[in-house]
Design a binder for this molecule. Structure first.
Ligand code: AMP
Ligand code: GLY
Length: 412
């Protein structure tokens, strides 16, 4: 099978790594890391031919790439623009979730001309406040704060349309939920789904969950003590959403990613995303046993065959190395890191420059992933690999999977 993967990040690298076990993969545009396992091209995906197209990031999905490819008769894993609006608009997502009867935080939506009403709501309630910009903001459009003043300033900023490159002039103000978070990725064929092993993501920039939200500074899987079947994640969150979307004429074929909060009163939805999570993909997909390409093809055909893969027998931990320096910084040590047992370094933002590996942007640069028989071993391997790597302005969290590894080792 020939598969075209659209994207260039660590998620697409991890996907390609898994797909290439059973398929010929072409990635557009790809990265120096992906070039080691697949062919990379700058060609427009709409000009390529393949047995299957897998669209990695949310932006082309929201932009309707899956619809355009399907209109050409191509087999595509990824929702069309109407399905992708679940991620493209938080206000729409909340509306769908309410209509589908999925448990989530109470919310209000305010448009650009409703600043006074939004401020009045904040002033009439106790914190913490959760303020979200409506549109795509790469995981950074959410403020959670105890301070009413900060919440009000954020609402004014978001409703002015000045922030997040104009990611909408609508905000959603939500009830603040408390609990630990869980990411569950469901591979869907429009009607049915299969859940991949659950993962936990670390969204805050600094250790101990301090600092601003990011796209994710690390992840691990499996999550000890969490049984997605016992928690009824599929029947409560995924199936009602697929059924509701079908009722609206939306045939959702792709990943439906449920970001959940495990609250004292049970799991509740934080958000839906319409693609594999990043870095969740790096800890979940490469470990799947079986034929990942055939699984995604069956979903794209509307005939999901969940027997094509089974969960990883081991554990994985990803530590993101980010950079606060400008693009072009030379990255060293990736080969040494990759040579370590159980280690894969997935490239998030790298490019080749005169034979050297350099950063292609600031932010998350490498997803350093360790696998092992236990979370503790996977974690040791990931951090041992991180110490091999050097790049300008590099930083990473030191506490990824620390508690989970300690729990499974019986040390806490
Ligand atoms: P989102 O982009 O919607 O996933 O939000 C990013 C992060 O903000 C989440 O992973 C949570 O840590 C936090 N967050 C979002 N919504 C809520 C909420 N209603 N209550 C508490 N925390 C939230
Ligand atoms: N890791 C969070 C996300 O992919 O949105």
């Amino acid at each position: 099978m020939k598969v075209v993967v659209v994207g260039s990040g660590a998620r697409e690298h991890a996907l390609t790594h898994a797909l290439a076990r059973t398929a010929d993969v072409v990635c557009t545009p790809g990265s120096p890391g992906i070039a080691a396992v697949a062919t990379c091209t700058d060609d427009d995906p709409e000009k390529l031919d393949a047995d299957l197209f897998v669209i990695g990031p949310e932006a082309p999905l929201v932009d309707g790439l899956a619809d355009r490819l399907r209109a050409q008769g191509k087999r595509v894993f990824g929702p069309g623009a109407r399905g992708a609006l679940l991620e493209g608009s938080k206000a729409y997502m909340k509306q769908v979730v309410r209509a589908a009867g999925v448990p989530t935080a109470a919310f209000h939506t305010f448009g650009a001309h409703e600043v006074d009403a939004a401020v009045a709501l904040i002033n009439s309630t106790d914190g913490p406040y959760v303020i979200k910009t409506d549109g795509l903001a790469a995981g950074k459009g959410v403020l959670v704060t105890e301070s009413a003043d900060e919440a009000i300033a954020d609402v004014r900023d978001k409703l002015s349309g000045a922030s997040f490159a104009g990611a909408g002039t609508t905000v959603v103000i939500e009830e603040c939920m408390v609990g630990s978070e869980l990411s569950v990725l469901a591979v869907c064929d429009g009607e049915s789904y299969v859940l991949l092993p659950a993962a936990q993501d670390f969204k805050r920039m600094h250790d101990n969950d301090q600092g601003p939200n990011t796209g994710g500074m690390g992840a691990y899987s499996p999550v000890p003590g969490v049984d997605v079947d016992a928690l009824a994640i599929g029947p409560t969150f995924i199936q009602p959403t697929l059924d509701y979307l079908r009722g609206q004429g939306i045939d959702y074929r792709g990943v439906l990613y449920a970001g959940l909060m495990l609250t004292p009163s049970g799991p509740r939805l934080v958000e839906f995303n319409v693609r594999f999570g990043d870095p969740e993909c790096e800890v979940v997909v490469p470990g799947l046993q079986g034929d990942v390409a055939a699984l995604l093809a069956s979903a794209a055909d509307g005939a999901l065959d969940s027997s094509l893969v089974s969960p990883a027998p081991d554990a994985a931990v990803t530590v993101m190395i980010a950079s606060d320096a400008p693009a072009g910084g030379v990255v060293v040590g990736v080969e040494n890191a990759n040579a370590l047992e159980g280690v894969n370094v997935f490239h998030a933002r790298t490019t080749a420059d005169k034979g050297a590996l350099v950063t292609s942007a600031g932010g998350r640069v490498l997803a350093v992933t360790g696998r092992g028989t236990t979370l503790a071993e996977a974690r040791e391997r990931a951090y041992a690999a991180v110490t091999q790597i050097d790049l300008p302005g590099g930083y990473y969290r030191k506490d990824i999977a620390a508690n989970a590894a300690a729990i499974t080792e019986g040390t806490i």
